[in-house]
Design a protein around this ligand. Sequence first.
Ligand SMILES: [Zn+2]
Length: 408
Amino acid sequence: MAGFLLMGDARSRWRNTNGFAIEASFLRAFTSLGGQSRLGSAITPGLFAGDTLHQYFNHGRLDVPGPSQPFKVGVPRLAKLGVSMATAVSATSPGRTDGNFAEPWADESKRAIAGQLVGGPVQWRGWQMQFFEREVVRLLERSPGEYYPYPGHVGDLFTSLTPDERARGEGHEAPIERPNSPGLIDVHVPILTYHLTRGAEAFRSQLQGLLDRGLVPVSFEQLVAAVEGWAAIPAKAFVVSFDDGWLIQLDEAVRVLEELRVPSVFFVMPGFDRHQQGHMSTDDLLALRRSGATVASHTLNHADLTALLRGNLGAAQAEVIESREQIESSVDGVDFFAYPLGLFDEGAARLVQAAGYRAAVTTQPGIVHRQDRLFEMRRISVQAWWPVGDVVREIRLAARVDRVESPV
Ligand SMILES: [Zn+2]
């Protein structure tokens, strides 16, 4: 019986909305800054939601490379960004009501893109404006006392929010449709798995070494989207993942990841800090998310799902479903899962898939990913303090397991 509770369609979370207007805004920024030739890897429409958009800004594609550039963008699910924006700025004074904010959207098709009106007019940073779900209209002064409505891009405004303002707008889920391709494409991308760190220095020099060898860090979401068959991925891409939610990761690794602009995914156990063994608390998970990392589930109790499935289906379901619910109570959008101890079988993979995750990672070595193996993705175990040569060696070994060429 309980099994049927799991059967919701995962993709229903992403249906019936689109992120067109926001994508247009970011594409414009991408193009105006030199596009692919100057900024590197292509932007794939549809990836401007959630983590990847966040990391795109946070980790350096839309600005000049270098660790000092700003673009700290804490991004909730974005297709209805206007809702978040309106929430973020609503603490300021109400706006005037004598302008016809809806005039630019009199056309039915434009109205469809802009979405529903969100709240009433607001005044923010000297602007009179009205948010729609996916757009914003500002009143511009034509002459003293005479205003006209001017349509704008809510994404542009979003990038100018302060961290406090962004925090106020967080928590509004705004799903985006993700196309799915039936094709089975092999995607060759090493996913590195880290656990503990021994100081930021060693990790920094290792990571810098990988970047110096031409490897290109991508978000885990971008890899999954590429495996799903609808996103581009750069040559020599690699993914950084951290397991077990150790607090020291936040103290030592996140700093380096931010500095070097390397996207990352952290598989955590929510609430595990009660064991007082140095794990992240709920607040820590929020800080992790704000740093730009993808936060994903590693169950509640680091459970062996294969054993639980044999003895206690309800407990296994709780580990998979409640872990996500608990993480999502403070962090938006948990789509990915890592099997504790790397232990999985067909039943465990089915359970994770039925619970609505998009992908799950194992500890089996390899670098080749395919759509029919999205719930048993291979990873490469490494240590954060190793010299870079040791990591390169492990990547080559994993490539050999899959009988493909190593990217490095
Ligand atoms: Zn673990």
